[in-house]
Every structure is written in structure tokens, then in C-alpha cells.
Design a protein around this ligand. Structure first.
Ligand SMILES: *Cc1c(COP(=O)(O)O)cnc(C)c1O
Length: 581
């Protein structure tokens, strides 16, 4: 049966010539020999963020996975996204200014998935049947494993039996699923170490079918890419040997593979990054800065080198259609959504303040439509007056992203919002069980409630998700991104903001640091207090720029010139393909 097409995609490369042109733009040697429908690029991820296809993620890791597939679909790259379909999804709402967590159930049939067959994974005492389901979209497909008790994304503690069960199911179950649908992976990309068992499943298959163990290791290594998103190895979850005896070893046929894996334990515990860097010769970090500073060591204590492949976004998903059309008409982006090679800077310089304002107005309309469907901390929908400016802060509520920083001087914030007729939209999501951040959020909401100006002009929107992320990127005039420098691996929301012609106010961290710090409105300082002061002045600079054509053009030109190449998901795919082949 034909699948319903993903409506996000309005342009695919239409002919084989176009595809070949793309491939040769990547590299003269034709990639079409390396990837085929039967030997696709396989991408493994415990988290995917693709609401339209029924899979909700937690944050940037999942958005990246979904965007990789969308870019592959658009560019006709044979691509399989192997990921769980979670039967449960967590949500949040506000009640009397308290955050309430609740769950919804999901059925894959409601999202156009087809049942393929079942596979089994084993524990020491029993075995579990997993359903294999798939959904094809162009040259790409979702290949998912699921079962009614699979649980939700990131349920339980990170070193718990249930997490290990989910990871084992994805790796060993997903690998069987690939074979079930008749595919052999050309490459395996591991989106973080939770997907490590896919590489082990492959190694085990090679060894069990008669290949010499060391040859099999070399072969697997050569075709496996480990993409790291975490900065500190010590922060990674650990598992115990007895958990492996219970959940992992019963799925491995070869004694040599079991022995190899056992050797990666130290004092009876293991971090999955240790065997992952042994089985993946290719390793990447998600921005230039991150690849440089990620502090990982192999089992012999040697520092691991990561290749930088900065995350990008699928622009046709995240950028307003009118803006994408504008980029194409002006020749700023080529038909592959890569920034044009010729006279790029001149073309950017020709974008006028009235272009920017007109295009932003269309975005504001979309924002208001979304806001009308959601509610703020008081349970009311929000409507932003047409003549008001919008600042936004949209992120998972985690410590290092510092959602409270703009509220460190409430009076000053209130004054800025009043002086420039601005509203501040805060969209967030506290990880279930994070009582510390939950407390901080409550504190923030009370601060807002106690100040009449903030109460009128600051809107907190719970249950931050793709819909809100997109709407705010489309409609906000300036976005605030203030991670503690050194802690953001890449971040992609700021890319959505810049591509939608918003001003970025940010610390110099993650992928933002791919370009010089004068490319946007930088926040720096010796300590948090000076950073906060600096942030307020940059908010004023942004507000004034929206009232002054020259300044608006200056900053938008700066941002686009510096970052459009980074932002382009096609650029990211090109970088991965170049690194892989
Ligand atoms: C884009 C997006 C992200 C990425 O967030 P960063 O904080 O920039 O890493 C996370 N969640 C959602 C819902 C998004 O749309």
C-alpha cells in the first residue's frame, strides 16, 4: 500500500540527473555506487522528534534524527531511521500554577505505519516479542520496534534495567528488523551510545556467519560512525556486569564477541562509550567547539578525537514557506538548499528591512495561530498585539541553559518590555522528576505573578514541543539562548531563529561558536551578574534594531552570512556523506 506522503516536503529532487548533480556537488566520485535501496544509510537513535509521524522526542537529539531523515528524503538518499515507537508519551500542563505531568497512549496505525512481523530478544530467563513496523517516505523509511510494555522515552533512571532493555531492543531487535525487510546497512550511524548494540548485533552476525573475529571487528569499525552529543564521559550512565548477563549476553551468539565485550568492563561496570569508540572508527561531535572540547578517553586512557559535523536543520520543515521561497528566488539558497556558491554575500546584502518586516509579519501570523491553541501559566490562550515585539526563550528547562538568567533583575526586564512594547514568551519543559528545576520554574512564575508589567507581558507556555518551537522561531523578533559557555554541544533552536530572520541574543557556545562572536548579539561576562547585565543591553540593542532599518539590515545580514551554511541540513548531510565515504 502506498504511504501518505509527508506534507512537510514540497520539493524533492525530481530526476536522477538532479540527484547525481547533488552527489557530485558532494564529491566527484559518485555516491550512488555506495548507497542503494538495498544497502542504505542506517541511522540509529533512541529518540526521534517527529510528531507528524507519531514519535515525540525530548529535545535536540531527537530533532536532529528527524531532520536527518527529512533531508535524506528530500535529497533521495537511501536512508533508514531505526528507532523505537513508544506506546506512551509524556505531557505537561499547568493547574493553579502547578505543573502536572500526564501521559497519552499512541497507536502506530494512526500514523500510517505498517506491521511487518515480529522479532525476539532474549533475557537470561525469558524472551520478549517485539513488533517490527515500518513507514516509507520516498527513499527514506522509519523502521521501528515496539511492544505494549516498551514504556516511554527516557523512562526510569539512566542506568536502569528498563533503559538497558530499551537499548538492547533497539540494537538487537532493530538489526533483526533490518534483515527482516531485506536490507543490509551500508553504514551504521549511532546517534549517541544508547544505540551501541546495533554495532554489536552486526559484529555478532559477521562472526557467527564465519568471518574471522578480528576481520569482523575491522569491517564493523570501518562502517560505523559514533556521533557524540555529550561533553563529559563521567556524566554518562553506567551499567553493571550482572545487567549485561541478564539482558545483553543472551542476545549474542559468538563467544568471542561476548568475551570482547566483557573485557570492556572495569571493576564490574561499563560506560557504553568505552566499547562504542572501540567499534566505531568514525566519530563525530556536533559542532566545531564540541568536537574540540568533548573529553573522552578510550580504554587505554588515550584522548578520543572527534570530527566536527555541526548539526543542521531541515530548512523546509523549520523555515516559513514564504522565507524559503524568498531565499530561492533571490538565489541565496540553491535547489538543494545549500547557500549559493556565487555572490552569496552580495545576495544577502540585498535583503532590505522591508523584505525582513514583510516576511516576519507572515511568521507572526503563524505564531498567533499556534498561541491561540495553547495556554499560558494561567490557563489562557495568548495573543500578541500586532505592534508589539516578541522576545522568546524556548528550551528544555535544564540547569545549564539558564532560563532564569533574564529574570535575575525583574525590574530591569519589566522596564525593557514596557519601554519597547515587547512581550516575552517562555516555552519550556521540565524533565519529569527534576524537582530542582521544577522549583526554579515555580519561583520564576511567582516572580512574574508579583510584577504587574511582567504579568501582562511574560507568558509561560508549558509542554514545549515542535509546534511551539516552530511557531516561536517563525514569529519572534529576538531569541535568547544563554547556555553556560562550554556546556551546549550544538543547539539547533537558534538556527531556526536565524533562518526565520530573527535576531539572536546568545552566549558564544555550541554551534553558535562555529562563527565569530560578532556575527550576532553576544552575551558574555566574567560572572553571571555581568552576563545578565550584558543580556539586558543586548535585548535593548535588538529592540532598537527592529525600529531602525539600517541596524536591522546590518544584523540580519551578519547572521545570515555567518550561519546559513551551518544551518543548512543539506550541508550537514554533505558533511556526513563526505566523512563516511
Ligand atoms: C529545535 C528544538 C529543540 C532543539 O533545542 P536546543 O535547545 O537548541 O538544543 C528541542 N526541542 C524542540 C521541541 C525543538 O523544536
Amino acid at each position: 500500500m502506498e504511504q501518505k506522503e509527508n506534507t512537510n516536503i514540497y520539493h524533492r529532487l525530481e530526476s536522477i540527473e538532479e540527484v547525481e548533480a547533488f552527489y557530485s556537488a558532494i564529491r566527484r566520485e559518485k555516491l550512488t555506487n555506495k548507497l542503494s535501496p538495498e544497502r542504505p544509510f542506517t541511522y540509529w537513535t533512541i529518540e526521534t522528534y517527529d510528531k507528524a509521524n507519531g514519535i515525540r522526542g525530548g529535545g535536540g537529539l531527537g530533532v536532529l534524527a528527524a531532520d536527518m531523515r527529512r533531508v535524506a528524503e528530500q535529497l533521495q538518499v537511501p536512508f533508514v531511521l531505526v528507532t523505537p515507537f513508544y506506546p506512551w508519551e509524556s505531557h505537561q500542563k499547568m493547574q493553579n500554577m502547578e505543573q502536572i505531568d500526564f501521559h497519552t497512549e499512541k497507536h502506530y496505525r494512526d500514523f500510517g505505519f505498517n506491521f511487518v512481523d515480529t522479532v525476539r530478544i532474549h533475557t537470561a530467563t525469558t524472551s520478549v516479542e517485539l513488533e517490527v513496523i515500518e513507514k516509507k517516505l520516498g527513499t527514506s523509511r522509519f523502521l521501528c520496534i515496539t511492544e505494549p510494555n516498551f514504556g516511554e522515552l527516557y523512562s526510569g533512571e539512566s542506568g536502569s534495567d528498563h533503559r538497558l532493555y530499551q537499548e538492547v531492543s533497539l540494537g538487537f531487535g532493530g538489526y533483526q528488523a533490518l534483515k527482516l525487510v531485506g536490507l543490509r546497512p551500508a553504514v551504521i550511524q549511532l546517534n549517541e551510545v544508547a544505540t551501541f548494540f546495533a554495532a554489536i548485533a552486526r559484529l555478532d552476525e559477521l562472526v557467527s556467519s564465519g568471518m574471522d573475529f578480528y576481520e569482523a571487528v575491522v569491517y564493523t569499525r570501518k562502517h560505523t560512525l559514533y556521533t557524540n552529543h555529550t561533553l563529559v564521559q563521567a556524566a554518562e550512565a553506567t551499567f553493571h556486569y550482572h545487567q549485561f548477563e541478564q539482558f545483553v549476553f543472551p542476545n549474542i551468539k559468538s563467544t568471542a564477541v561476548k568475551r570482547w565485550l566483557s573485557d570492556k568492563f572495569t571493576d564490574g561496570i561499563i560506560r557504553l562509550s568505552t566499547p562504542t569508540v572501540e567499534i566505531a572508527e568514525l566519530r563525530s561531535g556536533v559542532s566545531k567547539l564540541h568536537a574540540r572540547v568533548a573529553n573522552y578517553r578510550d580504554i587505554n586512557g588515550n584522548k578520543i578525537k572527534f570530527k566536527a559535523v555541526t548539526n543542521g536543520i531541515h530548512m523546509r520543515t523549520w523555515v516559513h514557506k514564504e522565507i524559503m521561497d524568498f531565499y530561492h528566488e533571490r538565489g541565496i539558497l540553491d535547489r538543494f538548499d545549500l547557500p549559493s556558491i556565487r555572490e552569496f554575500n552580495d545576495k544577502i546584502e540585498k535583503i532590505s528591512a522591508s523584505d525582513i518586516r514583510r516576511l516576519k509579519q507572515a511568521g507572526r501570523k503563524s505564531l498567533n495561530e499556534t498561541l491561540a491553541r495553547r495556554s499560558d501559566q494561567y490557563g489562557n490562550p495568548v495573543r500578541i498585539p500586532d505592534d508589539a515585539l516578541v522576545f522568546d526563550f524556548k528550551r528544555r528547562f535544564v540547569d545549564y541553559k539558564r532560563p532564569w538568567l533574564p529574570f535575575s533583575d525583574s525590574e530591569r526586564l519589566a522596564q525593557i518590555l514596557k519601554d519597547y512594547n515587547a512581550h516575552y514568551i517562555l516555552a519550556g519543559r521540565v524533565h519529569a522528576g527534576d524537582s530542582r528545576m521544577f522549583g526554579k520554574l515555580m519561583e520564576l512564575l511567582h516572580k512574574i505573578d508579583n510584577n504587574p508589567i511582567l504579568k501582562e507581558r511574560v507568558h509561560y507556555l508549558p509542554d514545549y514541543d515542535e509546534e511551539l518551537g516552530l511557531a516561536l522561531s517563525l514569529g519572534a523578533n529576538a531569541s535568547i539562548n544563554t547556555p553556560i559557555v562550554g556546556l551546549e554541544a550544538c543547539g539547533t533552536s537558534w538556527m531556526k531563529d536565524i533562518a526565520n530572520l530573527g535576531l539572536l541574543i546568545s552566549t558564544h557556545d555550541g554551534g553558535v561558536a562555529d562563527a565569530p562572536s560578532d556575527s550576532y548579539l553576544t552575551v558574555d561576562g566574567k560572572n553571571e551578574e555581568t552576563e545578565a547585565r550584558n543580556l539586558y543591553s543586548q535585548m535593548e540593542v535588538a529592540a532598537k534594531a527592529w525600529k531602525n532599518d539600517f541596524d536591522l539590515e546590518y544584523w540580519i545580514h551578519k547572521e545570515l552570512t555567518a550561519y546559513l551554511d551551518v544551518i543548512s541540513g543539506t550541508r550537514m548531510m554533505r558533511d556526513y556523506l563526505n566523512y563516511l565515504f
